[in-house]
Design a protein around this ligand. Structure first.
Ligand code: MG
Length: 320
């Protein structure tokens, strides 16, 4: 009798709670899945985007990162090729690495017009090359935002076919010519980085809203340069369980965004609502090694709100 993936994840979660890591991993291995809980300890590695970090210059922001124990710095993708030297120089001698690169590409992938897709692919490849030079974990992409393809918008199935080369499971073994993600993944892997699919909430996109769906796209593409990220802000809207969402993402997960859960401000600024413990449990269970990065506004003074957020995240990580 075969065990469904859902049953197996539930069993694995229960086993993890009981500390029976080996058993669940051997069940997964027997079913042909990668280990859910690798024998590696997850790490909390704090990162911040450029905007949320306190400081009025790049150097001041990096000084604050060091002061408050941030190990990663996330920058936008627009014009990245022209910033590689500036960023490399600014990071010299600091215990800080570039984490992810946030979007900044032109056009969009799920477009019925080839010229829009081509523009998107060309700009993404340029950003991926620069991201590789900077040692980044990946370039964040959203396949399409709401309203981007008003004329002749593509169905969900057509969009999936465009990205992966096939829409139906029984088409999986056919040739995947023209699959956009495979082409981007190959380029990314060669550059030493990845593309990171980011699920958004329904107000911002229709196509990709849960980590499980992004993970199933990664599984379909089967490319070392194609992975995903999770953003607690969007997850608040769309996921029924932060822990469950990260379990479904598993080894495909390579970045996480943080924000307060009610107003997308600094973690902690929405009080008790800003609870990430279940999500952090999920990250620990998958042996997460990448960054947890601030992508948020700020209600108060960044000089106090950012270190407060860092302490809150450390405290909740310890609790998880
Ligand atoms: Mg985000």
């Amino acid at each position: 009798m075969s065990v469904s993936r859902r049953e197996m994840l539930a069993a694995a979660a229960a086993a993890a709670g009981a500390g029976v890591v080996g058993t669940s991993n051997s069940v997964r291995a027997a079913e042909g899945y990668a280990p859910l809980m690798p024998p590696r300890e997850a790490k909390l590695r704090l990162s911040s985007q450029e905007g949320p970090m306190a400081g009025d210059s790049l150097a001041a922001k990096l000084d604050n990162c060091e002061r408050w124990g941030f190990e990663g710095f996330e920058v936008g993708g627009r014009g990245l090729a022209d910033r590689v030297k500036e960023l490399q120089n600014a990071l010299k001698g600091r215990p800080i690495k570039i984490s992810a690169i946030c979007a900044g590409f032109e056009g969009w992938l799920i477009a019925d017009k080839k010229e829009i897709r081509d523009k998107c692919m060309a700009s993404l490849k340029s950003i991926l090359s620069a991201a590789g030079e900077l040692g980044s974990t990946g370039v964040i992409i959203v396949p399409s935002f709401n309203g981007q393809d008003k004329q002749g918008s593509l169905s969900h199935q057509e969009a999936r076919r465009l990205l992966t080369g096939f829409a139906r499971w029984d088409e999986k073994d056919r040739k995947r010519e023209g699959a956009l993600l495979a082409e981007l993944g190959d380029h990314a892997a060669k550059a030493g980085t990845r593309i990171l699919l980011e699920p958004l909430n329904r107000q911002e996109c229709y196509f990709l809203r849960t980590l499980a769906d992004a993970a199933s796209i990664c599984r379909d593409v089967e490319n070392p340069g194609v992975a995903l990220m999770g953003d607690f802000w969007h997850m608040t809207w769309e996921e029924t369980s932060d822990l469950g969402a990260f379990l479904t993402a598993g080894d495909y997960l390579h970045h996480v965004h943080m924000a307060s859960r009610r107003g997308r401000k600094m973690p902690g600024e929405d009080g008790e609502t800003d609870n990430y413990v279940q999500g952090f449990k999920g990250l620990k269970m998958i042996g997460y090694q990448d960054f947890v990065s601030l992508e948020c506004g700020c209600k108060g003074d960044r000089e106090t709100a950012v270190p407060f957020a860092a302490e809150l995240l450390r405290k909740q990580w310890a609790e998880a």
